[in-house]
Design a protein around this ligand. Structure first.
Ligand SMILES: O=P(O)(O)OC[C@H]1O[C@H](OP(=O)(O)OP(=O)(O)O)[C@H](O)[C@@H]1O
Ligand SMILES: O=c1cc[nH]c(=O)[nH]1
Ligand SMILES: [Mg+2]
Length: 213
């Protein structure tokens, strides 16, 4: 189930909506928040990978030879934007266990809301891979835009941004800066508040995942 406008898609499967409500709840603790964020990421990736190309392969079943489908060797990688993006990686790897993982560290200055990059470690062949960039929150869009810039600078050309909660401001900003990138969200929320937090959102995803506040 999905609501698609151009290259922005809200994956509104009932299980995704239900699980998102659980982690929006401020009384949900770190353990459950971590588990459910990964479950949502897994469900989202299930939906997003519907278009993965297949090819024929001959397989011998105990009953004889048959031609069946297999993934056509498309190379994938998941790219979490640290820290909070780490909270979605296990969910993605549950379905795509052979995916490579590239890390990009980014923090948003609390006052200016500008992102700062502090770490990048990518698989060497990201230019040949389909990338799933994961981060629970798309707020102003600054972090996602900078992460996509960093990936394109290293030769990547095929990437999708996968977030749990998106603000309209962030979706617009990413679409303007990187019109080629598909964006997938579990929810499109109302707006940002004056501190750059998503309303109603789920608070600070990194702090809730790692128990740092
Ligand atoms: O769209 P933006 O306005 O850039 O905001 C979104 C970013 O803010 C959060 O990270 P944060 O800077 O809190 O770092 P953290 O993951 O280490 O907590 C979030 O995980 C995004 O990366
Ligand atoms: O609402 C928000 C906005 C940015 N980062 C978060 O973790 N939450
Ligand atoms: Mg944070």
């Amino acid at each position: 189930m999905a609501l698609k406008v151009g290259k922005f898609t809200v994956l509104n499967h009932p299980l995704i909506q239900h699980k998102l409500t659980i982690i929006r709840n401020k009384n949900t603790g770190t353990k459950v928040f971590r588990e459910v964020a990964n479950e949502i990421a897994e469900l989202m990736v299930y939906e997003i990978t519907r278009d993965l190309p297949l090819e024929d392969v001959v397989v011998n079943t105990p009953m004889g030879k048959t031609t069946q489908k297999t993934l056509s060797g498309k190379k994938l990688a998941v790219i979490p934007i640290l820290r909070a993006g780490l909270g979605m990686v296990d969910g993605v790897l549950e379905l795509i266990p052979a995916a490579k993982v590239g890390h990009i560290g980014m923090y948003r200055d609390e006052k200016t809301l500008k992102p700062h990059e502090y770490f990048v470690k990518m698989p060497t062949d990201i230019d040949q891979r389909n990338l799933f960039i994961v981060d629970p929150m798309l707020a102003t869009g600054g972090s996602a835009i900078m992460a996509i810039d960093a990936l394109k600078k290293r030769g990547a050309s095929n990437m999708r941004l996968v977030v749990l909660v998106a603000a309209p401001e962030g979706v617009r900003a990413v679409q303007e800066a990187h019109p080629d990138v598909d964006i997938y969200a579990a929810a499109l929320d109302e707006k940002l508040n004056e501190d750059g937090y998503i309303i109603p959102g789920l608070g600070d995803a990194g702090d809730r995942l790692f128990g740092t506040k």
